[in-house]
Design a protein around this ligand. Structure first.
Ligand SMILES: Nc1ccn([C@@H]2O[C@H](COP(=O)(O)OP(=O)(O)OP(=O)(O)O)[C@@H](O)[C@H]2O)c(=O)n1
Ligand SMILES: C[C@](O)(CO)[C@H](O)COP(=O)(O)O
Length: 408
C-alpha cells in the first residue's frame, strides 16, 4: 500500500462533556480515551507514523503520556487551532513529505477497529478520498427555527460519517488551502474535499465507533468494551492465584514498576529490572494455572535474565498460560510503597501489563498504598507488591496443573 500516515486530533474543548477537563484523558475501562485511539494507529500495520494534535497547553503532557503508553509511531505532538479543521490543518503541516495517504481521526473515537482503519486507507488509496460511515437508523426530520418539521428526509440515502477519513495527502492539503482561502468551515474533512468536486467513497463502518461527546457516551463505550471483553459473562471453570514479591530500594538503580520508569532517587535491586509489581502479577498468574512460580521459570542465577524487562517475562508467562489452555479473566494488584506517589503512573502500568498479556486493560486493576511509615516498606527499605489473578480454562475444564519445567 502507499505510504500511510495519520493525524489524530484531540485539541477540542470538551464542552459537551461538561467536566472541565479534556475528555480524551478520561479513563475508559481503565485506559484513557486517547490512549485507546492511539493504540489503533500503533497496531495498524500499514500506518508508518502519525501526528497528534493537542490544545496548546496540553502538548507537553500528551507527549509525556504517549511515551508511557508506548506510542512508538508517534512523530510529533503539535498545538491545534480554534476549529477542528484548524487542528487538522496543523497536523497535516507536521506530516513528512513521504506521506501519500493520510488518515484523519478524532482522538475521541477510541472504539474504532484496526480493520476499519486499514479499510479506509485502502479505499482512500483507490479513490483518493474515503470515510467510514454507517447508515442512519432513525427517521430524520429537517426542522425549522420555529421548532416544527419542515420535511422528512429519505433515510435510504442518509449516512452518519465517522472517522478515520482517508485522503491522498495532496488532495487533502489542497482542500484545506481552498477552505482557508474561501473561508469555508466544515465539521469534517470529507466536506472540504467535496467542495473541490472530488468524490468521497463511503466505507461501511460499525455503530460501535461512537464519538465520546457527552457523559452517556462514556457509559455506552464502557458497556461495549465490557460485553466484548466478556467481563459481564462469567466463564467457568475459574481458577485464582496469588502472588507476593519484595525488592530492596537502593541508590543507582531506576525504579521500574509495571514497566513504568517512575522518577525517584532510588530504584529496586534485583537480577532483572526488579519490577516487583510485574513479579507479583506473574506469580499470581502462574499460581492460578498451577505452573509453579517465577523462580522456577526464570531462575535469578540465569544470565539470560540479567537486567531483562519483566514485561518480556510477563509476555512469556501469558504465552505459557495460553499454551496450557488458560485465558486471563482479571488481575488485581497492590503496590506497597511509602514513596514515591504512584497514582499518576497507574494507568500506564495497567496498560503495560494488559499489552504484555494481549488483553484489555479493563481486566487489570493496580492500586498503591503506604503502610503509614510502619515496617520495611514504611521506612523505605523496600517495596512490596501483592497480586491476585483469575484465569479461565478456554478448553472448558482446568488443565492438568502438573509442573512442566522451566521455559526454554
Ligand atoms: N479545535 C478543535 C476542535 C475539536 N478537535 C477534535 O476533534 C474531535 C471531534 O470533536 P468533538 O468530539 O466535538 O470534541 P470537542 O470539540 O472537544 O467537543 P465540544 O464541542 O463538546 O467542546 C475531537 O477529538 C476533538 O478533540 C480538535 O482537535 N480541535
Ligand atoms: C469528524 C466527525 O467526527 C464526523 O462525524 C464530526 O463531524 C466531528 O464533529 P464535531 O462537531 O467536531 O463533534
Amino acid at each position: 500500500m502507499d505510504s500511510v500516515f495519520g493525524v489524530v486530533v484531540a485539541a477540542g474543548r470538551s464542552v459537551r462533556m461538561g467536566q472541565g477537563v479534556n475528555k480524551q484523558f478520561l479513563p475508559l475501562s481503565g485506559l484513557p480515551v486517547l490512549a485507546r485511539s492511539l493504540r489503533v494507529f500503533e497496531e495498524a500495520v500499514p500506518v508508518k507514523g502519525y501526528v497528534l494534535v493537542m490544545a496548546e497547553g496540553e502538548v507537553d503532557r500528551a507527549s509525556r503520556l504517549a511515551c508511557e503508553w508506548g506510542c512508538r509511531k508517534l512523530l510529533a505532538v503539535v498545538p491545534g487551532g480554534e476549529r477542528r479543521q484548524d487542528s487538522v490543518r496543523k497536523g497535516l503541516e507536521a506530516l513528512p513529505a513521504e506521506a501519500e495517504i493520510v488518515l484523519v481521526h478524532d482522538g475521541a473515537r477510541p472504539l474504532v477497529g484496526v480493520e476499519e482503519l486499514v479499510a479506509v486507507a485502502s479505499e482512500a488509496a483507490r479513490w483518493g478520498a474515503a470515510t467510514l460511515a454507517v447508515p442512519v437508523k432513525d427517521t430524520v426530520k429537517e426542522a425549522g427555527t420555529d421548532g416544527f418539521v419542515v420535511r422528512t428526509l429519505p433515510r435510504e440515502v442518509l449516512w452518519l460519517t465517522q472517522t478515520p477519513q482517508g485522503f491522498r495527502y495532496s488532495l487533502l492539503r489542497e482542500a484545506h488551502q481552498r477552505a482557508e482561502a474561501e473561508k469555508i468551515t466544515a465539521t469534517d474533512d470529507a466536506s472540504l474535499v467535496e467542495v473541490l468536486g472530488h468524490r468521497v467513497k463511503l466505507v461501511p463502518g460499525s455503530y460501535r465507533n461512537i464519538k465520546i461527546t457527552t457523559p452517556e457516551d462514556l457509559a455506552v463505550a464502557e458497556a461495549l468494551l465490557g460485553i466484548e471483553g466478556g467481563i459481564s459473562m462469567p466463564l467457568a471453570p475459574l481458577r485464582v492465584g496469588f502472588g507476593y514479591d519484595v525488592h530492596r530500594l537502593v541508590t543507582g538503580r531506576p525504579l521500574i514498576l509495571g514497566g513504568v520508569n517512575v522518577p525517584f532517587d532510588r530504584g529496586l535491586e534485583g537480577h532483572s529490572d526488579a519490577d516487583v509489581l510485574v513479579h507479583a502479577v506473574m506469580d499470581a498468574l502462574l499460581g492460578a494455572a498451577g505452573q509453579g512460580d517465577i523462580g522456577r521459570h526464570f531462575p535469578d542465577h540465569d544470565p539470560r535474565y540479567a537486567g531483562i524487562s519483566s514485561l518480556l517475562l510477563l509476555e512469556r508467562v501469558g504465552r505459557l498460560l495460553a499454551e496450557k489452555g488458560f485465558a486471563v479473566n482479571n488481575i488485581d494488584a497492590v503496590v506497597v510503597a511509602q514513596a514515591p506517589r504512584l497514582a499518576a503512573y497507574i494507568p500506564s502500568m495497567e496498560f503495560n501489563i494488559a499489552r504484555s498479556l494481549d488483553i484489555d486493560a479493563g481486566r487489570i486493576n493496580v492500586k498503591a498504598t503506604t503502610t503509614e511509615g510502619l515496617g520495611f516498606t514504611g521506612t523505605g527499605e523496600g517495596i512490596a507488591a501483592y497480586a491476585v489473578a483469575a484465569v479461565v480454562s478456554s478448553r472448558g475444564r482446568p488443565e492438568n496443573p502438573l509442573p512442566t519445567g522451566a521455559l526454554d
